[in-house]
Ligand binder design. Structure first.
Ligand SMILES: [Zn+2]
Length: 383
């Protein structure tokens, strides 16, 4: 017999930590859920879907509670953060009370934002309220202690990391480039020639303070310049395995998926035919998927290149161009990909690169529940 789809395992949830797309995700869910409810047209289907949904909500509530508890412990330990935020703002001529700072931390806790990310958010929002640019705070020497997984463009960071790989430099402006990693991921680093820094050793671990983060092709890059301090560490920093397997449901297909155009000079995605760096250019077509996958406890942001997109959906770059030409609208490709993948389970193998996991293999996954579902359905029908 037909089984109800497992979309009902995933009730509409907002993901505040997934950039910008929370509402989108929820909308996509609501649409899918409506469809699904129509399909659940026998009592057994409906009852079964209901049960699965209740179980899923329990799992969600449980993981929410655990992270909330962790968050509470972290807030209790943030006295240093409060003092440091107060001092940084005072440097910039802004007076705030510890109560005001703590109130912001509490608000973030409700969105499960804790640790260095919370500190940065609190600083940013209080600075913004006082009409001060976050970057000017950083220029005053404020760096944010982070793990590589928390790194975002525009930050000035302090981190402990191990040199995983050294690459050949492609430019005489670059003294050294390669990959550094910690327990949350790896990131490309560049030591600029004019920084006059000593080169790093492969396999050695360092504390790097005051490095700036830029973004290139959706990937973050750590820049070591004149104002960066590097200290070699005695201890070895543990590095996250460079490939991981993750199983979950696709909960969002993000903007910028499907058929896109890239700048022929720098490969950046064009926005309305315009490159942020090179202005209006004649772009080249590319195909990709940016997706969020969720296992009920954690999420990963995935990037699939043209080859992986084709392997997953059967849509090749040529097919995507045909679809766009026929519909006279490139967005049909993203819509088709969303229709095919949203709410479905997959097992993904990929390498984490700062916030994204670059997908190397991805296959549909049938949840283990299916083994018992025939029995459950039979029981339900007997009721
Ligand atoms: Zn460009």
């Amino acid at each position: 017999m037909d089984l109800p789809s497992y979309i009902s395992l995933y009730p509409p949830i907002n993901y505040p930590h997934v950039r910008g797309n929370g509402k989108n995700t929820r909308d996509q869910f609501c649409k899918l859920k409506e469809k699904q409810d129509c399909k659940a047209n026998t009592p057994a289907h409906a009852a079964y879907a209901g049960i699965v949904s209740v179980i899923a909500q329990r799992i969600f509530a449980c993981s929410w509670y655990t992270s909330l508890k962790k968050g509470v412990n972290k807030t209790m330990n943030n006295t240093n953060d409060v003092a440091s935020i107060q001092a940084t703002l005072k440097n910039a001529g802004v007076e705030v009370t510890p109560e005001q700072i703590n109130e912001k931390f509490q608000q973030l806790l409700e969105f499960k934002v804790t640790g260095p990310e919370a500190k940065r958010n609190v600083l940013r929002s209080l600075a913004f309220a006082a009409g001060i640019e976050m970057n000017s705070l950083y220029q005053n020497g404020e760096t944010v202690p982070v793990t590589i997984g928390e790194i975002r463009p525009g930050m000035r960071v302090e981190l402990r990391a191990k040199v995983v790989q050294l690459w050949d430099s492609t430019s005489d402006k670059i003294a050294q480039t390669g990959l550094i990693g910690d327990s949350t991921g790896v990131i490309k680093f560049t030591i600029w020639e004019n920084s006059e820094k000593e080169l790093l050793e492969e396999g050695a671990s360092y504390r790097i303070t005051g490095a700036s983060i830029s973004s290139y092709n959706d990937k973050c890059q750590l820049n070591i310049n004149k104002n960066t301090t590097i200290t070699q560490l005695e201890e070895e920093v543990e590095v996250k395995a460079q490939e991981e397997e993750f199983t979950g449901a696709i909960v969002s297909i993000q903007n910028g998926s499907g058929l896109i155009k890239r700048c022929p000079e720098c490969n950046r995605q064009l926005k309305k035919g315009v490159c942020g760096e090179h202005g209006k250019v004649d772009g080249t077509y590319d195909l990709r998927i940016k997706a969020v996958i969720d296992n009920g406890i954690e999420v990963r942001e995935l990037i699939l290149d043209a080859e992986q997109t084709c392997a997953l959906t059967g849509i090749s770059l040529d097919k995507a161009k045909e679809m766009a030409t026929e519909a006279m609208d490139a967005s049909v490709v993203e819509a088709e990909i969303t229709e095919m993948t949203l709410g479905r389970f997959y097992t993904v193998t990929g390498s984490p690169m700062s916030r994204y996991t670059l997908v190397k293999a991805m296959a549909p996954k049938v949840p283990t529940l299916v083994a018992d579902s025939a029995a459950i359905s039979a029981e339900l029908e007997a009721i």
